[in-house]
Design a protein around this ligand. Structure first.
Ligand SMILES: NC(=O)c1ccc[n+]([C@@H]2O[C@H](COP(=O)([O-])OP(=O)(O)OC[C@H]3O[C@@H](n4cnc5c(N)ncnc54)[C@H](OP(=O)(O)O)[C@@H]3O)[C@@H](O)[C@H]2O)c1
Length: 309
């Protein structure tokens, strides 16, 4: 038997998360069973459990966790993987568990130089970040405003926009400003006076693109004062689609293509250190509720990672 984290209802994670015993899955043809060493926690998981993405009773119990890294336990007949291979599983589901079963097409070899925790926390945020930049076609000529530049997605947006040669102005809490400055971005605090702060930061330059990872009305209203709606890409402002901004979630053909093409380069770049994955907090089965509770509020920079052992 093996342990798995489930949510028996929708609501406060501390109330609804439970550890259950399940059989160790067996791989069918085209499948791989992975012993999970680490699984990245994402805001998506918390929104799922809280019922923010819908609360249909027929979908219970929920099995959160959308990415993982670990070691192949068993592979289906004819697989290119074998027991002992170190891999990353993404996109995935039910990864907050000791074992996860996945279609082989979602299993990627983990570079040796990349830790399990970092590998498990890279891809969901990473492919999203790459998709935002590719959707806008950001180049070295751009002056990009990034809302949430110190978040998981925002950090990779900032890294990649700077690597493309763009000028980057990024909003963040003041405690993250030194970090953004060290990367080469110009930090500005969000909150009252944001438009003026961005205008001061950009100097004589014009903002040419906005990437919003936050989704607040403030972020979108300020952005619309600075650029045309079609130059604003958001991953969170679903309520503002009618303003003409571009909101993406990986469901369009273009986004799917951007995201799948980004997986291998992200793994290589994280292994080489060109992209950094910071780990803020490690948690296991017993303290998962607290980690879920913390992630949607103000939290330290870096990823929250589940380690089953
Ligand atoms: N559509 C998609 O495909 C997709 C994919 C991935 C994620 N998402 C969504 O994108 C959002 C970000 O995900 P993430 O993993 O990057 O989360 P995260 O690591 O928790 O980052 C969130 C960031 O938001 C900033 N923030 C918090 N309150 C703010 C405010 N009032 N104004 C401006 N910034 C604020 C925080 O900055 P400070 O820490 O500096 O305060 C933090 O850096 C989540 O809503 C997630 O569900 C969507």
């Amino acid at each position: 038997m093996a342990k798995k984290l489930i949510a028996t209802g929708y609501g406060d994670p501390s109330d609804v998360l439970e550890v259950t015993d399940v059989d160790i899955p067996k791989p069918g043809k085209g499948e791989v069973v992975v012993e999970v060493r680490a699984a990245g926690l994402n805001p998506y998981d918390v929104k799922l459990v809280r019922g923010f993405l819908g609360a249909k009773p027929e979908n219970l119990p929920l099995s959160p966790g959308a990415e993982a890294a670990g070691v192949v336990h068993a592979a289906g007949p004819g697989s290119e993987f074998k027991a002992g291979d170190e891999v990353v599983v993404y996109p995935a589901s039910a990864t907050l568990a000791e074992y996860v079963v996945s279609g082989e097409d979602r299993v990627h070899r983990k570079p040796a130089g990349l830790g399990f925790a970092e590998a498990a926390s890279l891809l969901l945020a990473g492919v999203t970040a790459v998709d935002t930049l590719a959707t806008l076609g950001v180049t070295g000529d751009d002056v990009v405003l990034v809302h949430g530049g110190a978040g998981a997605v925002g950090s990779i947006v900032v890294t990649e926009a700077l690597a493309a040669g763009a000028t980057v102005i990024a909003t963040a809490a003041p405690r993250n400003h030194d970090h953004l400055r060290a990367q080469g971005a110009i930090p500005v605090p969000y909150g009252d006076g944001l438009t003026d702060a961005v205008r001061e930061a950009r100097g004589d330059q014009r903002i040419t693109a906005v990437i919003d990872t936050v989704g607040t009305d403030e972020a979108i209203d300020v952005s619309l004062e600075l650029v045309a709606p079609h130059r604003i890409v958001s991953i969170a402002a679903w309520g503002r689609v009618d303003d003409g901004i571009v909101v993406i979630d990986g469901s369009s053909e273009q986004s799917r293509h951007h995201r799948s093409a980004a997986v291998e380069p992200l793994l290589t770049d994280a292994a080489s250190g060109r992209i950094t994955v910071e780990i803020a907090r490690r948690f296991g089965f017993t303290d998962a509720g607290a980690a879920f509770d913390e992630l949607l509020g103000a939290h330290p920079r870096g990823k929250f990672v589940f380690e089953p052992r």
